[in-house]
Every structure is written in C-alpha cells, then in structure tokens.
Write a protein that binds this ligand. Structure first.
Ligand code: NAP
Ligand code: SF4
Length: 682
C-alpha cells in the first residue's frame, strides 16, 4: 500500500517498462561541456539512478556545432564522443537506472556566431544574428539529429529526447514569429512542422523500434504569434505517427515575459495544458503517453496530477537536484524527509546562465558528488553550533550525520533564522519546506537542539566543546537617518516577522533582496498570494487558454496593489540589479504591475511625520518629500559575532559561517554551502 499509487505505477512502453512515473527532466549542469567533467557527470546520474527515478534525461547535447548553446558546448557527433558517454550510461545501468540523451539544437538562441535558424531574425536573448539556412542546410541539420540519436544508442543510452520546445531551433520553424520562409519549410503550418516530423521519423528509422524517443513539444509558447492549439495538436499527432514513444510538455519560450518555473509560479500551474492535449489525443484514439512538467516538487503534487488524468508521467528536474532520493523516500512513505526544491534558481539556473557549474541551494552536494563527501567521522567529538538559521542548520545536521555530538543553540523559539521572514513573502511560500526538512533532519541525526537559549561564552565553555561553530547571523544595518526613531518607521523585521501594522502609503529604504521582498509583501493583500491561487496567478500574468488565443498570452490583469509603495536606493541606475540572474526580471515586473515606484540615486535627508525627505546627487539638490504613512528600513545587514573574541581568548577553536562570517550580499546559498562544507571536514 502506497499513498502514491499513480506516481509509483510502472509505465509499459511495449519494448520496455519504466518502474514508475517520475522522469528527471533535462537540466544543464555544465558537466556536459567538458570531457574532464564526465566522471562527475556519471556520479551525478548514478546517485539519482540509485534514488529510484523512473527515467532520466541528460542536459542538452548539441548534434553539431551550429547547434551549440555556447562555444564548445557539449556535442555528440562522433563515435569517439559516444565512447566517452559510456562512462555515464554504464554508471546509470549499474544502479539499475535508465537514461536518455537530450538532443538540443539552439538555433537562434545560440550564444555563438555559428548560429543558424529558419530565418535571419535575431533573438532578444543572444547578441548573434543567426544565418538563414538553405534547404540543403536544413537537410544537414536533420542528418545531424539522426547521427546524434544513433550515437546515443551506440553510447548505451536507453533513448533520446528531441528538444522541440522552449523556443529552440525546432520550435523556431513552427511559428511565423521566427519562420518567414517561403519554400517548403515555411508558409502553411504543414510546411513549418515538417522539420520535427522529419527528424522524429528519420531518428526512429535509424534507431529501430526498441529505443525510447521522447519529443518535447511546446504546448504553450507564451509569445505573440505562437502556435495555435490546433497546430499544437496537429503536431502531437504527427510526431506520434512518426514514431515518438512519449511526448513531453514544453511551456513558454525562453524569451517569454511570463515566469514558468520560478518559485512564485504555483505548483503544477501548467498541468492543465498537458491535460488538454491528452484529452485531444485520447479523443482520437491515440494512447501515446504524455509527460507534464513545471513546478511539480512533491510526491503529493505529482500523484494528484496523475490521478486527475493530466498526464501519464510527471517531469521533475530541479527537485532531483535537491534530493536524489526523492522517489526512494516517496516509496518508503517518507515524503516528509524529502529535501524539497524551493524553485529559487539560485544555484542551478542562475549558475548556468553565469557559465558556472550548477548545484542546488538546499543540497550543495548536487553536481559535486565526487568532491563533497559526507563521511563518518574518524572519532566522535563534541561541537556547539550557535544559531539555527540555514548556515547553522546545515552545519549541525551534517556534523551529527557524521557521528559527532552536536549542541545547537537558538535564541528564538524556532529554527530557521531569516527563512522565517522569507516564507512570509507572497511567492516565497516554498521556503517553509526547507525548514520542515531541516526540522526532520535535526531529529533524524540526533542534534541536541536548545531553543529559546541565547548561548553566552561561559555556557559554551562549560560544555567543553572541541570547537564552536558561530552561525549567529546578522543584525539590521543602522542607516542613521535623522528621524528614524519616529513612530512611523519600522524595520523589515517588524514588518515580516512581527506583523506590525503598516500604513497605506509606504517608502522603503533599500532595494536589495529584502527591500524587494518587503515591497512584494506590502502590495499583496494579506492572505491573497497569487502563488497559492493558480487561476488568479494565470490572470495576473496574462496566461490564457491557447485554444482561445494563439500562444496563450493576453494582457496581464494584475489585482490592484494593497498599498502605494515607493522603493528607494542610493545607487543610481536600475533597481534590483543584484537580484538573481534568472529571477530579477520577475521581481521587477511583479512590482511594476503593482505600480511600485522605483527611485535610485537618492540621499536620505530625514524622516518626519509627513514622510521621507530625499535629495539627489552629490550636491544634494532637488529636495523632495516622499509622502507616506510608514517608512520601512531595509538597508542591509552587519555580521553578529560577539562570541568570537571570548571563545578565542579561552583557546576554543571557532569557525564563522553564514552571515556571521560575511553579511554583504549574504544569501542562503552561501550559508548552506559553507555550513555543509565546514561540517564535512571537522
Ligand atoms: P542587500 O542586498 O545588501 O541590500 C541592502 C540595500 O540597502 C541596498 O539596496 C543598499 O542600497 C541599501 N543600503 C546599504 N547601506 C545603506 C545605508 N547605510 N543606508 C541606507 N541604505 C543602505 O541586503 P538585503 O536587502 O538586506 O538582502 C540581503 C539578505 O536578503 C540576505 O540575507 C539574503 O539572503 C536575503 N535575500 C536575498 C534575496 C535574493 O534574491 N538573493 C532575496 C531576498 C532576501 P544603496 O547602498 O544603493 O542605498
Ligand atoms: Fe531548486 Fe533552488 Fe536547488 Fe535550483 S537551487 S534545484 S531551484 S532549490
């Protein structure tokens, strides 16, 4: 008996049976792009195969150099390259897993000068204009896909995924937005869809019947002039007839201005699209299995989606970075022990877009399986960890997991530190999952937790620890604005943690991560986070039924803001520059929709009963009153580390981590990584 009968049911594909309905969707980790990383890539997939996932898809491999996402991106075009992949496929098969290789041709999204596309139309996300392909050039691309699939089979993969969505090469042929051709590959939809159908048909011919062929189909482009619903259904029928084993769902082109996987996107927000496609195909007697994706991060959500008949399989990508044992834990009825992906993108997608190796904020071992090892300690020692924020929690649980005696001191009544504020921000509800996870880890590893206990040096010394880990975090920086002691001034802690009342008109001092979070909190009516109300969220961002409107985009209809907010910083220029690479635009767009005024380049002169007085420039000109009822201070943080000196003086080894170590641009990614890495070595 399992609480997840649909999720854990096998899927019979005729020539092979997948053990369950969980697909690890394709993610680019960066390990694909260099041969020296292949042992790490093999270990990465082997760990996830061991965790019981039904089928995995690699990050994208280009079928030729024109298809490179960036110069020298991972390519599978020769037998020699195929031999190197054996390391990956053998490691996965040794763990009883299955893996398919994703063939990714980026077309005009390529960040390199060899880019090709149906028409010479530059994308807004690459500085390189693509070369328009001739008919012979198109034929060469098709042959490259076929060669890549054959090599994947030679390399021992169980299948391939042909990447046909997200606005990449194949997708670019499908819509008039990017295909202006007048030959047999452009014009009528039958011509525009020839490319994917030819690719699938010829790949199938080349690899034989007993090889998994997933086609990732863009069911909702989220761009103007995107595919109509009739076209998407026509394509699904055609690729099924051409030999696809499974159809996977793609949602939104990369250039779409609607978030599709960020933490503020409701869980399972797009499963209805796959459900609609499944119903259309089943109505015509087609039984090809469909995979749905986007923001499915718990077994419960996956189970519900499958039980509702939205799809035959669910794709989870980042959740398998966060916890390689996702399926094994679900199977064992230990869903509460899963380290849940909070969809922050901070260590995965943000890294990829900065050309760094991907990892995971909540699981720093992801992508570092061969180097960050949590081994049993050679001897049990006693440690005190002070502060139960993300850094302290990561350090304490890792130390205890290794067999040490660990005392964790927290001055407040709950664990979590700054995460207790983050989880209150509309669109950041997922952060509470990390606290649930760490709560379970504390119990499972036997950490001795002392809540409501402000540890002083004397008490710590009395414990006679072998070392003390200071994860005491930060205190709010004092911006020293005249008048800030007035009754109309609050700190972000007052607002987010203590729920103090805030007026109708608000000025926020400081536009870092917390300034943006506080603004989001204040413009959203209490208890009405759109993230928890999928219909409201879709309306807010302008997502429509693709059967009603091409591409599924309409005018956004944001609910009116709960308050009039002005967000300020002293630096000149755009606000929110330091926010996440792949999520900053979402925060800015969300606040713009709520008419938040963003002002840079100010000097804070004083605060009075009428509001905040600012001036501009070094000469402090153009004095202006920003009329408001409340001023909220979000001026950054300073490290809290008073315990360091007395402990040092007493000769106890002290380790500083998280905000106590360095408050500037602190984030939970660094805190958890630092805590885990330190604890792995003590
Ligand atoms: P921050 O990002 O360092 O931003 C501090 C803000 O305060 C800046 O806008 C800065 O702008 C302003 N400031 C600095 N010194 C000031 C002074 N003396 N007077 C007035 N303003 C001053 O700090 P944060 O917003 O507190 O965010 C950091 C924390 O938030 C971390 O703990 C992080 O984990 C968390 N967080 C991160 C994110 C994220 O997206 N990564 C999101 C939310 C929260 P000017 O100097 O230009 O005025
Ligand atoms: Fe999920 Fe954030 Fe980890 Fe990426 S970094 S896998 S989004 S928790």
């Amino acid at each position: 008996m399992t609480p997840y009968p649909h999720l854990l049911a096998p899927l019979d594909l005729g020539f092979t049976t997948l053990p369950n309905r969980v697909l690890m969707g394709s993610m680019h980790t960066g390990l694909e792009d260099g041969r020296k990383h292949f042992p790490a890539l093999a270990a990465f997939f082997a760990e996830r195969a061991r965790g019981g996932v039904g089928l995995m898809v690699t990050g994208g491999f280009a079928p030729n150099i024109e298809g490179w996402a960036k110069p020298f991106a991972g390519t599978l075009a020769t037998s020699a390259a195929a031999k190197r992949h054996k390391l990956v496929t053998d490691a996965v098969h040794a763990e009883g897993g299955r893996i398919a290789l994703q063939i990714l041709h980026t077309g005009r999204y390529a960040y390199q000068p060899l880019a090709v596309a149906p028409s010479r139309i530059q994308s807004p996300i690459s500085p390189f204009a693509p070369r328009e392909l001739s008919a012979r050039g198109i034929e060469r691309q098709i042959r490259a896909f076929v060669r890549c699939a054959k090599l994947a089979r030679e390399a021992g993969y169980d299948g391939v995924e042909v990447m046909g969505s997200e606005g990449y090469f194949i997708n670019q042929f499908l819509v008039t937005h990017t295909n202006h051709r007048t030959d047999d590959w452009g014009g009528a939809y039958e011509n525009r869809m020839r490319l994917p159908v030819e690719i699938v048909r010829r790949v199938r011919e080349a690899v034989g019947p007993d090889f998994i062929l997933i086609y990732r189909l863009s069911m909702l482009d989220l761009i103007p002039d995107g595919s109509s619903w009739e076209e998407a259904v026509m394509l699904a029928k055609a690729v099924a007839a051409a030999g696809a084993t499974i159809i996977n769902t793609g949602i939104g082109w990369h250039e779409a201005r609607i978030p599709t996987i960020a933490t503020s996107v409701p869980r399972g927000a797009f499963a209805w699209v796959t459900q609609k496609m499944r119903a259309a195909l089943r109505a015509e007697g087609l039984s090809i299995p469909l995979i749905t994706s986007n923001r499915i991060n718990t077994p419960e959500v996956g189970e519900q989606i499958l039980a509702d008949g939205c799809a035959d399989m669910v794709s989870l990508a980042r959740p398998l970075l966060a916890d390689p044992d996702f399926v094994a834990k679900a199977k064992a009825g230990r869903s509460a022990d899963i380290n849940t992906c909070i969809a922050c993108n901070q260590a995965c997608l943000d890294h990829t877009f900065k050309a760094q190796l991907a990892s995971c904020l909540v699981n720093p071992r992801a992508g570092h399986e061969t180097t960050l090892l949590i081994r049993p300690a050679p001897a049990r020692r006693r440690f005190a960890v002070v502060g139960a924020g993300p850094a302290g929690l990561a350090a304490a649980t890792t130390l205890a997991e290794r067999g040490h005696e660990v005392h964790l001191y927290e001055s407040s009544a709950q664990i979590g530190g700054q995460f207790n504020m983050a989880k209150k921000v509309p669109g950041k509800e997922e952060f509470s999952e990390t606290l649930r996870y760490f709560g379970r880890r504390l119990e499972a590893t036997g950490v001795l937790l002392h809540l409501d206990t402000r540890a002083d040096a004397q008490a710590l010394l009395a414990l006679r620890p072998d070392a003390v880990v200071l994860a005491t975090g930060v205190r709010a920086r004092d911006p020293k604005i005249p008048g800030q002691d007035g009754p109309n001034v609050l700190s972000y802690i007052d607002v987010l943690l203590h729920g103090k009342p805030v007026g109708e008109r608000v000025a926020i001092v400081g536009a870092g991560g917390i300034g943006f979070d506080v603004a989001e909190f204040l413009v959203t009516p209490a208890g009405h986070s759109p993230t928890l109300d999928p219909a409201a969220w879709l309306a807010e961002w302008g997502v429509a039924d693709p059967a009603q409107v091409r591409g599924g985009v309409v005018r956004a209809q944001p609910a009116p803001p709960a308050r009039r907010v002005t967000l300020l910083q002293r630096k000149a220029g755009k606000l929110g520059k330091g926010l996440g690479k792949t999520t900053g635009w979402i925060h800015r767009a969300a606040l713009q929709m709520k008419q938040v005024e963003m002002i840079g380049g100010v000097n804070y002169e004083r605060i009075g009963p009428q509001g905040l007085f600012v001036t501009y420039g070094e000469q402090r000109r153009d004095g202006q009153l920003i009329e408001c009822d409340t001023v909220v201070l979000c001026a950054g943080q300073e490290p809290l580390r008073e315990l360091e000196a007395p402990l040092h003086a007493a000769g106890v080894p002290v380790h500083l981590i998280g905000g106590a170590h360095e408050a500037a641009e602190l984030d939970a990614k660094r805190a958890i990584d630092q805590g885990t890495r330190l604890a792995a070595t003590l």
